[in-house]
Each structure stands twice: as structure tokens, then as C-alpha cells.
Design a protein around this ligand. Structure first.
Ligand SMILES: Cc1cc2nc3c(=O)[nH]c(=O)nc-3n(C[C@H](O)[C@H](O)[C@H](O)COP(=O)(O)OP(=O)(O)OC[C@H]3O[C@@H](n4cnc5c(N)ncnc54)[C@H](O)[C@@H]3O)c2cc1C
Length: 426
């Protein structure tokens, strides 16, 4: 029987270590030196690097990369279990070498880069000697790639990029930016002449690429292959978001459950009010539905491919946004006034929930993908009635008993009455 929800004991020991490590090392670092794990400041690095080394020593670094792509090859299911812990702590993904947007960019490089490109960019990215960003969305439209205009023109031994990108996360801090042009995916060093980064928005940058010249070997994958590379990148990224969301909603749930047992209102602990119990019960079920969807999708990727799991990944993406929205709101609400402050993680979690329904593709687009792919497995019914129209099905089924019914009029009458629901228990 292969239908098994258990974790192998050896990996469970790793997960136990991760849980303890995050609680005792990563969270204190986050609380006292927020952002240290991402920083290039030597003093901050001196605090974060030893933690990253411990992760490497445990063999848990860059778990997202499959064996054939240069990672430890643990697969997506184990990564999902790991991310269920990491997603709870702000800098844990970077301490474990599995932080977006680098992860998706590394996947793309690993899958499509030449050996030379991999040694120039992939290995330094894995080691966090370089940081990267991903420039796809344009100001005039993000959901529909056919609206994109950024293009690379060939000029002798160079490509020349012109265009404008919007919401390139961490673009201002990246060493290299993966720029999706209509005719290919390019790796652009951020300090290239012509890369102009606007002041606003601060975190997700608005970038103009004005006659940016690149050597020919900065094209990643085939010419005109940008859409395929983007799908490869975004597929992985979306399921990783969902994995980390499981961690976030579990955190919200823990906060909510502790609180309802700790306070009283109208003569009883809050946990005894039925509407509060409904919030707990609904959250419990939704979190576990999301978790199982994510684990099943991760398992499917491990046993086929990201492409094969596309429908499931799309379903994970909008489901995680929905569950995050619902559960973080309930938890915030149940915390009362405290929930509306930034003194617990809930306010930020709730504020970030709409983001999850937009980043890496808006909900509507993913729902269209799911509906379209699911409907490929169906056909219209041939006549007036649906396949499950009971009178027609019964007529068809009666053919199986035609001999019996013809030979026994009492049985035929009983069958007719029973079908009309007139017999009770007779
Ligand atoms: C936190 C965050 C980080 C991001 N990081 C990056 C990044 O690093 N690099 C990058 O390139 N981009 C990034 N993005 C941008 C993101 O990919 C886009 O915001 C997204 O693709 C939507 O594009 P848009 O914002 O232009 O919205 P639009 O495409 O204008 O969509 C706006 C709304 O229109 C409706 N809509 C659009 N299309 C459809 C449809 N087909 N059917 C029904 N309704 C529809 C939906 O309600 C949708 O929310 C990030 C976004 C966020 C929020």
C-alpha cells in the first residue's frame, strides 16, 4: 500500500533539527537583527554566515535544486515538508539557500544554462555570492505576456535591450537581473550602462533598460525561448510560495488557538463561544486541505514533472492565497485590538495576503488554467440529457434485467414503484 502520510524517520530527524534550529537561532537573529541574513554588511554577515554553514553541514542547503540540476536531489515533497517550517521565519529561506527570487532564477539557469553560464552565475548564486532578480512584468500589463514590449536587438557581437519593466522584486539590490524579452531570456548585470532603476516602488523596482548592451552569451536558452523558460521558473516558484504559506497559516492558527484559551468574554473563555469554535474548525480544515493539496502536488512533481503538475500548481497558487486571506483574517480578528497592531505577526500576514493572489500570476489567470485543463478531460453529452440524467440511465440499466422483468410482472411493478420512491421499506 503506497498511500502513506508518514515521513521517513531519517528525514524526520532532519526536520526536527530544522525546527529547533529555526526557533533557537534564526528567530532570535530575525528579532534582533532583522534582515541580517540578506545583508552584505560584514558585521551582519558574520552573524548570519555561521548559521548558513550549519545548514550546509547538515546537507540541507539549496534543497530546491534536484540532483540533476546540481542540488542535493531531495525532491519537492521533502522541500514542502521543510518549507512548512521555514515559511514561519522571515529569513529562514535565505539561511537555507532557498529564497525567492533566486530559487526560480537558479532553476532556470540550471535547466537551460550552458556549462559556462552555470559556472559564471549558478554556482555563485547557490553560494549567495551573487543575488538576482527577475524582470518580467511591464507597466502596461502583467497578466498577459502578449502585451510585453521589451526586446533585444542583435548588433554585431552584442545584444541591445530596450524596454521597461515593473515590479522587479529586489532589482535594486541584485547583482544580475533575468530580463524576459519578447525574443528571449537575458542575464543582465545590474550595473550595466543603461539599467535605470526608479526610486519608487522601493522593494519591487521599476526599471528602464535603455540600450543595454550585452555579450551574445548573456542569452539564456534558445532565442525566442523566453516563455518556456518563464514557465519553468514560475512553476517552481508558485509551489514554493504555497509551501511557505502552509507555514504561515499554521502560525496564524497557533496564535489564534493559544489566544482563545487565554482570554474570557461574557462569562466564559473565548474558546467556548460557538462562533469562535467555528473559526477554529474552519481554519483547521482549510489549512489541512491546503497542506494536502500542496504535498500531493509536490509528490506529483517528483513523480512526473513541473509541466505535468501544472494544473495542480495553479490550484495551489490561488488556494494558498485564499486560505492565507481567510485564516490570517480570522486569527487577527480573534486577537481583537492586539491583532490590528504590528505587535504580533498577524497584521503583516493579513496585509500580505492580497499579494499572494497577485504575485506570480493573478488568481483569475490560474483559475482559467485549472478550468481549461480540467475541462480537457470532459466531452459534451451527446443528446438533450446529461449523462447522469436518472430516467435515461434507468432505462438503459433496465436492458440488463430485460429478461427478468419480462418474465416476472410482479417484480417489474415493484421495480417501477421503487423507482418512483413509493415503496418505503417494502
Ligand atoms: C509582491 C509582488 C512581487 C512581484 N515580483 C515580481 C518580480 O520579481 N518580477 C516580475 O516580473 N513581476 C513581479 N510581480 C508582478 C506580478 O507578476 C504581476 O503583478 C502580476 O502578473 C499581475 O500583473 P499586473 O500587476 O500588471 O496586473 P494586471 O495584469 O493589470 O491585472 C490586474 C487585475 O485584472 C484582472 N485580470 C487580469 N487578467 C485577467 C484575466 N485573464 N481574467 C480575469 N481577470 C483578469 C485581475 O483582477 C487582476 O488582479 C510581483 C507582484 C507582487 C505583488
Amino acid at each position: 500500500m503506497a498511500w502513506d502520510f508518514s515521513t521517513e524517520p531519517e528525514f524526520q530527524r532532519q526536520l526536527d533539527w530544522v525546527e529547533e534550529f529555526c526557533r533557537t537561532e534564526v528567530e532570535p537573529l530575525d528579532l534582533v537583527f532583522p534582515g541580517a541574513a540578506y545583508s552584505r554588511n560584514p558585521k551582519a554577515k558574520a552573524l548570519a554566515d555561521p548559521l548558513k554553514q550549519q545548514v550546509k553541514d547538515r546537507g540541507l542547503w539549496a534543497l530546491f535544486l534536484d540532483g540533476e540540476l546540481g542540488g542535493p536531489g531531495f525532491g519537492q515533497l521533502k522541500l514542502a515538508l521543510l518549507n512548512e517550517i521555514l515559511g514561519r521565519y522571515r529569513s529562514a529561506p535565505v539561511v537555507f539557500g532557498t529564497a525567492a527570487p533566486d530559487t526560480g532564477n537558479m532553476e532556470m539557469l540550471a535547466a537551460y544554462g550552458t556549462d559556462e553560464q552555470k559556472s559564471r552565475w549558478l554556482h555563485p548564486l547557490i553560494n549567495q555570492e551573487l543575488f538576482s532578480a527577475y524582470s518580467m512584468t511591464e507597466p502596461q500589463g502583467g497578466s498577459d505576456p502578449s502585451l510585453f514590449k521589451t526586446r533585444a536587438a542583435r548588433d554585431g557581437d552584442e545584444w541591445v535591450i530596450n524596454g521597461e519593466k515593473w515590479f522587479t522584486s529586489a532589482g535594486a539590490h541584485a547583482d544580475i537581473i533575468f530580463v524576459m524579452c519578447v525574443n528571449g531570456m537575458f542575464v543582465v548585470p545590474r550595473d550595466s550602462p543603461g539599467v535605470e532603476i526608479a526610486e519608487q516602488p522601493a522593494l519591487h523596482n521599476h526599471i528602464r533598460y535603455d540600450n543595454v548592451r550585452l555579450p551574445l552569451d548573456h542569452l539564456l536558452g534558445p532565442e525566442d525561448g523566453a516563455k518556456v523558460l518563464a514557465q519553468r521558473r514560475l512553476g517552481g516558484g508558485r509551489i514554493h510560495h504555497a509551501m511557505r504559506t502552509v507555514a504561515q497559516v499554521k502560525l496564524a492558527f497557533d496564535i489564534m488557538c493559544e489566544r482563545v484559551l487565554s482570554r474570557e468574554s461574557h462569562g466564559k473563555v473565548i474558546a467556548e463561544h460557538q462562533m469562535v469554535q467555528e473559526a477554529i474548525a474552519d481554519s483547521y480544515a482549510e489549512i489541512n486541505m491546503l497542506r494536502l493539496l500542496v504535498l500531493w502536488t509536490a509528490w506529483t512533481i517528483d513523480n512526473s514533472s513541473t509541466k505535468e503538475a501544472r494544473t495542480q500548481i495553479a490550484a495551489c497558487k490561488y488556494t494558498c492565497a485564499k486560505v492565507l486571506r481567510e485564516v490570517s483574517y480570522r486569527a487577527l480578528h480573534i486577537m481583537g485590538s492586539l491583532g490590528t497592531t504590528d505587535l504580533t505577526p498577524l497584521q503583516a500576514m493579513w496585509a500580505a495576503a492580497p499579494t499572494m493572489a497577485i504575485a506570480d500570476g493573478v488568481d483569475e489567470v490560474h483559475k482559467v488554467t485549472v478550468a481549461r485543463n480540467v475541462l480537457r478531460g470532459y466531452e459534451p453529452h451527446p443528446g438533450l440529457w446529461p449523462t447522469e440524467y436518472i430516467p435515461a440511465k434507468r432505462e438503459e440499466a433496465r436492458k440488463k434485467y430485460a429478461g427478468l422483468i419480462a418474465a416476472d410482472p410482479d417484480l417489474a411493478a415493484w421495480a417501477d414503484a421503487a423507482a418512483r420512491g413509493r415503496l418505503g421499506r417494502r
